[in-house]
Ligand binder design. Sequence first.
Ligand SMILES: [Zn+2]
Length: 386
Amino acid sequence: MDVVTALEALGGQGVALLDAIHSGQLDRRRLIDLGHPLSTAAKWTNLAAIFFGPTRSRRRQAAAVAAAREGRLSIDAMVVVDKHARKLLKDAPVDVWELRAELCALTGTVDEIDRAAAARVRDLNRRVTDAEKKAFGRRSLKGGKNSDAQGLRTVTVTLPERMMADMLAPLRDTAGRLRSDNPLLSYEQAMADAVVAHVSGGAGPAAPGKFTPLVVIGLPDWAKLQHNEGDETVFALTDGTTITGAELVRGRMAEHHLVGVYDPVEGPVNLYRESRLANTKQRTLLSAETILCPNPGCTTSAAECQVHHLAAWKFGGDTNLGNLSMACKVHNARNDDDPDDPPRNGRLARAPGRIVFHPPDGRPAETNRHPIRELSAAGLVAVGRC
Ligand SMILES: [Zn+2]
């Protein structure tokens, strides 16, 4: 068996692998001898104990295993499922085994399952009283103690999404200024310099016009909000975070601009060939439409994106909504702009009602399946909520 066939055979065999570990055919020592790091061996043996070990919910455990086998989940996908299932808060409306069975039925790449599972568990946890307070208890700053081979150290900061977005916004402003002073700085380098500058108090005055994220709301939900009935409805913000109706009403309304959702008709906001740069109105609509960069797997929020011409400006593309999309800096730069050049990186295009990515190898068009995008204006229109 060649190595590719071996990898293919292993791909959908997460359940079989865990079964082999649980039945003793494979143990931690053997996994390490096969070349896996201790951390992986430990993770898999713990996972085998969860999916095959003793539990009071044997029936639901069997249902989860059956779903994972049916969906041919890889071991990595099962690791991801369990990682999120563990974050279910105690008073959540479903039992953890029901949740595992549900998450084991997810399809897609490991990254897609990762994000869909995170969104689902988040959704369930929001319904727990004091969920935010409980999650807030898990905020942390870890690391910073070990040097790598180049003498560098790393810290990881964990915060509720809104606090993180609020903390990063001024850092991004500072990083932007540092980069316009020194174009050789990469984005990551500039962000690191910005952190140091802010912590040491040397960041200078804050840039005027603090960024305000937009909240995307379907019209029926807007009506519910006005009547204080939309407490549990979850809305997306153009900085890639989410907020519930209750949070919005609880005094945060004034901090955000609200965007009602409508079908973006062409006409009033088109600039044709007058200007290469999109206007604020267009940016607003495009941000509400995508929430994130539309490239599959990309997590850059619309707030950090650039406006991208689907048919390039230099080839005669108009600055009209139908020809525009938000795209992150990387994917904007990588896009195959010249329709006459052989495909290299693929390109974004507008399909009915959404932006799609055409891979360079001619595979069918893909979309960014990040769960938050279901709350984008395009997502809301697509499911007919307005
Ligand atoms: Zn991107």
